[in-house]
Design a protein around this ligand. Structure first.
Ligand SMILES: [Zn+2]
Ligand SMILES: [Zn+2]
Ligand SMILES: [Zn+2]
Ligand SMILES: [Zn+2]
Ligand SMILES: [Zn+2]
Ligand SMILES: [Zn+2]
Ligand SMILES: [Zn+2]
Ligand SMILES: [Zn+2]
Length: 246
């Protein structure tokens, strides 16, 4: 009995972290229902599709529609499931039946948010779902941000990528609007300190000036530098911390 269960366990872990693409470690490929082609993951599909010659052929996969997977260990095509029906291997240490998502790298601490309807990474305990903003935010923002209806269900105002399931980090500005962290820093570098959506300052000037009043004369002398380098951006933007997943 004991040898039986340990060999089953060994089977489950066989090849773990040994397969996958640049996006995910997983032991299966997916068959895209849209074009009936096989890819490692939805990002691989979308990247390949975006380079197709004819724009009308380009499309994005609908993750929930994936029906078939191909085990990378034994090459058997089968219905979506966590364990391979042929060789018994675990095709993904983390598996979400809703998103049809597999990942062997559990250090990412995946979780499925039912309100977002997608899997995210970063540990369930570190996030709460803000109903008004329509997305999961870092718990540091709980009761501590300006809500904007469906704030994350928009494209980044700088690079136009859709933010809700972007793989890049997103920031929530003081006004409640959102954009990628890297786009935010790029904007600051170009001396633009206003939200591109609502034009409100991304810095809290009154607090900046108060700080200058309270602090010693050294700051008064260099108040321009204070404005640009001391108070922002760390104090007034919050990383939503969403390393968003699939
Ligand atoms: Zn397709
Ligand atoms: Zn991929
Ligand atoms: Zn298999
Ligand atoms: Zn999921
Ligand atoms: Zn959520
Ligand atoms: Zn909110
Ligand atoms: Zn962006
Ligand atoms: Zn704004």
């Amino acid at each position: 009995m004991e040898t039986g269960s340990s060999s089953t366990n060994e089977r489950l872990h066989f090849g773990k972290m040994g397969y996958g693409c640049q996006h995910y470690r997983r032991r299966c490929k997916i068959r895209a229902s849209c074009c009936n082609e096989v890819f490692w993951c939805r990002h691989c599909h979308n990247e390949a599709s975006s380079t197709l010659k004819y724009p009308s052929d380009r499309h994005e996969i609908i993750r929930q529609d994936v029906k078939q997977v191909i085990c990378s260990v034994c090459d058997t095509e089968q219905q979506v499931a966590q364990l391979c029906s042929n060789c018994g291997v675990n095709m993904g240490e983390y598996f979400c039946d809703i998103c049809k998502f597999f990942d062997d790298d559990t250090e990412k601490e995946h979780f499925h948010c039912h309100e977002c309807g997608i899997c995210r990474v970063g540990g369930q305990a570190n996030f709460f779902h803000c109903k008004k903003c329509g997305s999961c935010y870092s718990i540091a923002l709980q009761g501590n941000h300006f809500c904007v209806e469906n704030s994350m269900r928009h494209h980044c105002p700088i690079c136009y990528e859709y933010l809700f399931d972007s793989l890049k980090d997103t920031t929530v500005m003081k006004c409640g609007h959102t954009m990628h962290c890297e786009c935010y820093y790029e904007m600051i570098k170009r001396d633009r300190y206003c939200c591109p959506i609502c034009s409100k300052s991304v810095m809290d000037m009154s607090r900046t000036w108060k700080r200058i009043d309270e602090e010693d004369y050294r700051y008064k002398k260099v108040h321009t530098a204070v404005l640009v380098h001391v108070e922002q951006p760390v104090a007034y933007i919050f990383r939503s911390g969403l390393l968003q997943l699939i």
